[in-house]
Design a protein around this ligand. Structure first.
Ligand code: ADP
Ligand code: ZN
Ligand code: ZN
Length: 817
């Protein structure tokens, strides 16, 4: 009797595959180690060992594995347990979970592209013969496929060789490297405090009478200060006074002038710096105690704290206690909120115990973080990371914090596993017997409903840290103003005046323009034609900056034509407005203001997002115009006005969550105003000032919003009252798709009756040349999800057996949001 190994392949196949191993290998291999295996005719994969046994597979002749790639498991029991839950709950395969959980360099396969690693200096004497051959080939060729490496060294299985080369830093995989972003500090200058006193000032000017250049600089500084309250750039002073940097430096050396930076403490983390201590105020302390009480009873708690109430400090205290118990802590955030601002804040408390796990980090950094967590190393006692960090090999987890838990970006959309990181975190914590804290200023209806039902504990902070007042929120009726023709572009007089005042005070402004469903399109006023994307079922949107029409779904773009592509008339009109147009209008209305923009287009580059944040933080910009991105947990000190250009596009979005989302988004963006002593101001422009959600935002009445929304969800049987499983079918052939979707829906109806909705086209019914159709299954809480999933899976099996539907792809999205 021989020995066999079941493995998990990182592919969307349900089954485990069985390979032949020797007795000695059987004694060595443990679940969670990687093995290189042959697959199909010529493919090589890295697979995870799942179990050793002695039962030969019946349906096929087991092949031998090529090689064992690890000496100890890379994946532990906690992970297998959690990943199997994810696969089962979100209706995908364990292989798909493995594929997205492991950093891709752990999963070399025959299709992987190998590049020379230009960062390492290679001493070729240290390379073995086969290693050298690969190294040399990469001097002449920019990249190699794993298959080509096989040819070069004339060996079938080269994964062990490539693993060695990756480890030695000779090669890397194709992907962008992301180095830590270190912003350049902007230098500002002011008069030293001792000259605030008028008499001392006169003395100073007298004493400088024999240094005319220096006194010119001091006088210029006065002049600038008299006209503007903004901080003064050294560069500006230099220009204004017509002097040189050397003169200014001389004054700084004499302590007449003082050079300073804005927010240095946040920008740099200095390991030598002493660790800070936190003292919670009474509200924070109360919440902290309530959370610990809940942990003792229910393990999961929700912290509902208004914007700037100091939730982060409460997390830090909890993390500290967790570390003191000798346990690991995980701090999850939406990708976009994971800024260096926050990372540095944590490092000030925990020094280098903090590891960061982020998809933008290089593979090597991710691999290192993985290994540190696996070994429970000192360097990774706290992991702060985006969604995917819940896949790390924790063995001793004591606390999971999910910040901004209401964020819909916690749900993975594509590809599988389409998991919700918040919900998966609660499960992860339960497997470890760990505590789990969800935090938000605007909790999701789901989480608050779990509090209401007694599943989660609850703590709240209603007061901002330092007793700073919540911003004063006002609605501006633009219907009236538009009718009376009193708008300046998209700006009401009220907003215009508020911006003017704020700029005069030397303070900053954030303007929020939701671009979803409201991007500018180009329409022909003669024939009504709007140029469509050739691949997707959407209109192209206009981008002024490049004078292009672009598709937001597939990236297709074309130059804007002078005449209509349909009728040839020169009557093209730009409709709707986006961030870019607001920026243009601002340039006209406030020619002296420096205006920045933050949206998907301006944040594409490597550090683009961080650069904009830093520039705004260092007050190199006066106004920042942005989309949703400006709502994400940023902590700016000098912003006293937030303007929302148009709230209606949010409210009118065709989705049962539109109202909940609008409340969250508006409250969050409003929360960016006035985070220091002076009360911030928020102006919301709308055609609908009596809309209940806008009323609830202005009065900060979360509870009313929650009750009303929950009532509506009950009426229409939406989550969290029911659960939802969304099925999407895709095919390039329109008729085939329709037929297949009908077949699937009616088979579902046979079993699940009126719980099945659809098939229906989604709002964008064709993407990248594929047609789409959705079917939604609603599952009441009283029914077993597991049973319903089994029924669906059985129908899928019959469906897969129908040969004419072979090309149709089927995706599941459980708890679709
Ligand atoms: P939230 O996450 O609730 O929006 P933050 O945690 O960002 O709020 O806190 C807002 C501001 O108040 C931050 O600048 C933070 O440093 C400060 N802060 C909050 N709590 C404390 C505390 N206990 N001691 C010192 N500063 C605090
Ligand atoms: Zn036309
Ligand atoms: Zn497209």
């Amino acid at each position: 009797m021989g020995y066999f190994l079941d493995v998990v392949l990182p592919i969307p196949l349900e089954r485990r595959f069985t390979y032949k191993i020797s007795q000695k290998e059987a004694g060595f291999i443990q679940k969670g180690m990687r093995v290189a295996i042959p697959f199909g005719k010529s493919k090589i994969y890295t697979a995870l060992a799942y179990g050793v046994h002695q039962n030969a597979p019946e349906a096929y002749e087991a092949k031998e594995i090529y090689q064992i790639l690890d000496e100890t498991p890379l994946v532990n029991q906690f992970q297998f347990q959690h990943w199997e839950w994810i696969a089962q709950y979100y209706m995908c395969t364990l292989g798909e979970v493995v594929r997205s959980a492991l950093p891709s360099s752990f999963l070399l396969e025959s299709e992987t592209l190998i590049l020379p690693n230009k960062e390492t200096e290679i001493n070729d004497l240290e390379l073995k013969d086969d290693e050298f051959l690969v190294y040399e080939a990469l001097q002449h060729q920019s990249m190699l496929k794993v298959g080509e490496v096989s040819d070069i060294v004339d060996k079938k299985n080269v994964l062990p060789l490539l693993n060695r080369l990756v480890q030695k830093g000779v090669v890397c995989q194709k992907e962008e490297l992301y180095e830590q972003y270190k912003p350049k500090l902007v230098r500002y200058v002011k008069l030293s405090a001792e000259f605030d006193d008028e008499s001392r000032l006169e003395d100073l000017l007298n004493s400088l009478s024999r240094a005319p250049k220096q006194s010119q600089v001091v006088l210029s500084l006065f002049q600038i200060q008299a006209t503007s309250k903004k901080p003064i750039l050294i560069a500006d002073l230099e220009k204004e006074s017509g002097s040189s940097r050397a003169v200014i430096k001389a004054l700084i050396d004499k302590s007449v002038l003082e050079e300073y930076f804005i927010q240095t403490d946040r920008v740099q983390y200095d390991a030598a710096q002493e660790e800070k201590k936190i003292v919670l105020n009474s509200h924070q302390k109360e919440a902290f105690e309530a959370i610990k009480q809940s942990f003792a009873n229910k393990r999961t708690a929700l912290l509902h704290g208004v914007t700037s109430s100091g939730k982060t400090e409460v997390y830090i205290k909890l993390i500290e206690e967790c570390l003191n118990r000798g346990k690991q802590a995980l701090y999850l955030l939406p990708e976009i909120a994971l800024t260096s601002q926050l990372i540095n804040r944590l490092r000030q408390y925990f020094g280098d115990k903090v590891a960061v796990y982020h998809s933008k980090y290089s593979l090597n950094e991710r691999v290192e973080a993985w290994k540190n967590v696996l070994n429970n190393a000192e360097k990774a006692q706290i992991v702060i990371g985006a969604r995917s960090s819940l896949f790390l090999p924790f063995s001793n987890l004591g606390l999971v914090v999910v910040d901004e838990e209401h964020e819909s970006s916690f749900k993975q959309f594509d590809p599988a596993p389409r998991y919700h990181a918040r919900d998966a975190s609660v499960v992860l914590a339960s497997y470890h017997g760990a505590d789990c804290l969800l935090g938000s200023a605007t909790p999701s209806i789901e989480s608050m409903d779990n509090v209401r039902k007694g599943k989660y504990g609850y703590a709240s902070i209603k007061i901002r840290y330092g007793n700073v007042l919540l911003p004063d929120i006002n609605l501006v009726d633009i219907k009236e103003a538009t009718r009376k023709k009193r708008m300046k572009g998209h700006f009401s007089e009220t907003l215009f005046n508020a911006i003017t005042e704020t700029l005069e005070e030397g303070e900053q402004v954030i303007l929020f323009q939701n671009r979803r469903g409201f991007s500018p399109i180009v329409e022909c006023t003669t024939c009504g034609n709007v140029t469509q994307c050739p691949n997707c079922d959407v209109s192209l949107t206009y981008h002024q900056h490049r004078n292009q029409l672009r598709c937001h779904y597939c990236g297709y773009h074309m130059a804007l034509q002078n005449s209509c592509t349909a009728c040839g008339s020169f009557t093209l009109d730009k409709k709707g407005f986006g961030t870019e147009q607001i920026q243009e209008e601002l340039k006209e209305l406030f020619p002296d203001a420096r205006v920045g923009r933050m949206d998907l287009d301006t944040t594409r580059g490597k550090y683009a997002y961080e650069k904009i944040i830093t520039a705004f933080e260092q007050q190199e910009m006066d106004i920042l115009v942005g989309t949703q991105m400006v709502t994400k947990g940023l902590d700016f000190r000098n912003v006293s006005l937030v303007g929302i250009m148009n709230a209606d596009s949010l409210l009118n979005f065709p989705d049962y969550r539109a109202h909940e989302r609008s409340f969250q988004m508006l409250t969050q963006v409003a929360g960016r105003a006035g985070r220091t002593q002076k009360r911030g101001k928020v102006l919301i422009q709308t055609y609908n000032p009596y809309h209940q959600i806008l009323q609830q935002v202005t009065t900060n009445d979360y509870n009313k919003m929650f009750r009303e929304q929950l009532y509506e969800r009950e009426q229409f049987k939406y989550p969290p009252i029911n659960k939802i499983i969304k099925l999407t079918l895709k095919d390039r052939d329109f008729n085939k798709l329709n037929e297949a979707a009908e077949w699937f829906a009616s088979s579902l109806r046979n079993v699940l009756k009126h719980q099945v909705l659809g098939p229906e086209y989604p709002p964008v019914a064709r993407i990248r040349r594929e047609y789409l159709k959705n079917i939604v299954v609603k599952v009441p809480r009283t029914q077993s999800m597991a049973q319903i999933k089994n029924s669906i899976k059985r129908i899928e099996k019959s469906f897969n057996a129908i040969s004419k539907y072979k090309s149709v792809r089927l995706l599941y999205n459980v708890d679709h949001i």
